[in-house]
Design a protein around this ligand. Structure first.
Ligand code: CO8
Length: 284
């Protein structure tokens, strides 16, 4: 798609993609671009940003765009409004599913999307600005770094609806915080606050609600300045290595070290250090 078709509009200091006529006519999310990184906002505040099928489809298309545009080196995901990051799958829509086969299909579609997010070659920062429940918690768990507002609340309340987490929550929470912690939250449906999530290793930083946007922006800008090829391999090695035995993981690390060492960015990083200047990484 020609760049000329992607005119950007300056708005509130952010550059919005112009979406008409290029297949990015989003209604459930917004995708904005700043210098080297993108901000994706789930934008259904009336239903606390609950995820319906249309939102998931738009998320998929947004990821296509983010991957296509090589100048995007980090992605921030947040929820619109003051109250919620994402309050889960849209229960009105969920209630209409009629067969077990359809339920399984929907769960698999969501899981595939969240795994794609987890495996994006760029870092994904989740700026959790409020309720992150059910599918919303599962979305957050597929990010690389979780920043939470001190007002954020996390939980897997699916049990209260007579179902179980279906977008990866049973698996990702157990891997991150331990089996019995995952069982506790999935079985009781209890919510945890941001401090608890921090102490469980789920959230990397808790910040005052008023500062969350700024903190997320400055983290994204910092990540966007790092060496893109090294970033991609660090993510891959940690993701894949944590699912395997130590020896296999170490082999993965060594072979990736070799691949990354072959990059021009490695020469630039080391030269910049020796010349006492800031590196300028080009992803080559
Ligand atoms: N789906 C649809 N609508 C929602 C959702 C949701 N998940 N969450 C909130 N809303 C709506 C409310 O119905 C309400 O609408 P209205 O104004 O028309 O009455 C509006 O948002 C505001 O919500 P509340 O009035 O309830 O706001 P409160 O501040 O009183 O409460 C809560 C906030 C505690 C977050 C409350 O809204 C709540 O409990 N929400 C539901 C949370 C939940 O159960 N999430 C899990 C959903 S299931 C899931 O995520 C499964 C994922 C895997 C699916 C795999 C197969 C598809």
């Amino acid at each position: 798609m020609a760049d000329t078709m992607l005119h950007r509009i300056k708005q509130k200091g952010l550059q919005h993609f112009q979406t008409e006529g290029i297949g990015l006519d989003f209604t459930q999310i917004t995708l904005e671009m700043e210098d080297g990184w993108a901000l994706l906002t789930i934008n259904r505040p009336k239903v606390l940003n609950a995820l319906n099928q249309e939102t998931l489809q738009e998320l998929e298309r947004a990821l296509d765009e983010v991957e296509r545009r090589k100048e995007i080196r980090a992605l921030v995901i947040t929820g619109a409004g003051e109250k919620a990051f994402v309050a889960g799958a849209d229960i009105t829509e969920l209630r209409r599913i009629e067969t077990a086969g359809e339920a399984e299909r929907q769960a698999t579609l969501g899981q595939t999307l969240f795994t794609r997010l987890e495996e994006l070659p760029i870092p994904v920062v989740m700026a959790v600005n409020g309720y992150a429940l059910g599918g919303g918690f599962e979305l957050a768990l597929s990010g690389d770094i979780l920043l939470a507002s001190d007002q954020a609340q996390f939980g897997l309340p699916e049990i209260n609806l007579g179902v179980l987490p279906g977008y990866g929550g049973t698996q990702r929470l157990a891997r991150l915080a331990g089996k019995n912690t995952a069982k506790y939250f999935a079985l009781t449906g209890d919510r945890m606050d941001a401090e608890t999530a921090y102490h469980l290793g789920i959230v990397q930083r808790v910040v005052p609600a008023a500062n969350l946007k700024e903190e997320a922006k400055s983290l994204a800008a910092k990540l966007a300045r790092k060496a893109p090829i090294a970033i991609r391999y660090i993510k891959q090695v940690i993701n894949q290595g944590s699912e395997t035995d130590l020896k296999t993981g170490l082999r993965l690390e060594a072979s990736s070290f070799g691949v990354v060492f072959d990059s021009q960015d490695r020469v630039e990083g080391m030269d910049a250090f020796l010349e006492k200047r800031k590196p300028s990484f080009r992803g080559e």
